[in-house]
Design a protein around this ligand. Structure first.
Ligand code: ZN
Length: 130
């Protein structure tokens, strides 16, 4: 595990920003979807041309994908919370990429060490052979 000081400033910034977002801000994982429909009232404009549009939040709730109607008074709030959720995801993705690179470095070192060790063992065995 790399110590704090070995982390790049970018990684440190991403980590603390993610922590701040999670600690201070409401966030949602989901997306907003506009659905257009006809209402069924005879003579309504939606029968001819322009349909009614409503905003829905597509979100996972209790492990199921669901659509929740969002009234226009809450559109801005929903957009903000979704934006915060996306930001946290991006930040965690970045940290994950950094950690993956670290793990691959450590793997290379570990594999390198075990190869060196096995080469040494083989040399020793050859040396001992009659
Ligand atoms: Zn209508």
């Amino acid at each position: 595990m790399a110590s704090r000081s070995q982390r790049s400033s970018q990684e440190r910034h991403a980590r603390s920003s993610a922590v701040r977002h999670v600690a201070d801000k409401p966030l949602l994982r989901g997306s907003l979807v506009v659905m257009r429909r006809k209402c069924g009232k005879s003579g309504c404009h939606c029968q001819q041309g322009e349909k009614h549009s409503s905003l829905y939040l597509a979100v996972r709730a209790k492990n199921k994908r669901t659509m929740i109607y969002i009234p226009s008074a809450l559109e801005q709030t929903a957009r903000e919370w979704i934006g915060n959720g996306r930001r946290v995801d991006e930040l965690l993705d970045f940290v994950s990429q950094q950690c993956l690179a670290q793990l691959l470095d450590q793997k290379q070192q570990a594999v390198g060490r075990s190869r060196e060790a096995s080469v040494r063992r083989k040399r020793r065995r050859k040396g001992r052979a009659p």
